[in-house]
Write a protein that binds this ligand. Structure first.
Ligand SMILES: [Zn+2]
Length: 196
């Protein structure tokens, strides 16, 4: 089911990809979608378990009424020695047709490359997996706290972090140098880390 603010689709199924929580708060008393109900206000989206857009620094002050890229994310490498084995990863699917171009096709399901099952299963990948990474993806309100949702880009598993794990991710961003701004504004990574 789609979620709407007037004629603007803002998400679906309790996942608001168009707006940050703070942007919803700014219009919380306004009727969400008069076509559905004059009693349903934007503030009704401010509930436990709702997902919101991550506050990407480059979108600060931009107009949320203009369509945004719903799959926007920030990809970051995992800190040295950091793994995400506790996450409930999914599988990666390969088809034999894509490998050999055969007419008969078989799908092969492999544990996510960043999972414990992959490592313990004796599976191999090419050397120098410098691409161990996660996405900073969305926000979710859980236990009354607005928390960051991370995503494993290989299998799509979404997860949260807290305590020392979250701090390690933050520290890795605080430690980023000017050379790693990749054309972004100064203090970009500090801003991102502050918002995790
Ligand atoms: Zn994964």
């Amino acid at each position: 089911m789609g979620e709407y603010y007037r004629d603007l689709k803002i998400g679906c199924c309790e996942t608001i990809k168009q707006m940050r929580e703070e942007e919803i708060i700014s219009v919380k008393d306004q009727v969400a979608d008069p076509k559905i109900s004059p009693f349903y206000v934007m503030g009704d989206y401010l509930a436990e378990g709702m997902w919101y857009r991550f506050p990407f620094p480059e979108e600060d002050g931009t107009n949320w009424r203009v369509e945004r890229d719903w799959e926007k994310h920030i990809e970051i490498p995992l800190p040295e020695g950091f793994d995400i084995y506790d996450v409930k990863h999914g599988t990666m699917t390969f088809s034999t047709a894509s490998i050999h171009g055969t007419s008969g096709n078989t799908n092969i399901f492999i544990p996510c490359i960043q999972s414990k099952e992959f490592k313990e299963g004796g599976l191999k990948h090419s050397q120098g997996l410098s691409n161990k990474c996660i996405w900073i993806y969305m926000k979710i309100r859980r236990d009354g706290i607005l928390q960051t949702v991370f995503k494993c880009p290989y299998c799509g598993a979404c997860f949260r972090m807290d305590g020392s794990d979250l701090q390690k991710i933050k520290d890795s961003l605080y430690a980023r140098t000017d050379a790693e701004y990749y054309g972004r504004e100064k203090d970009y990574w500090k801003k991102v880390a502050d918002r995790l």
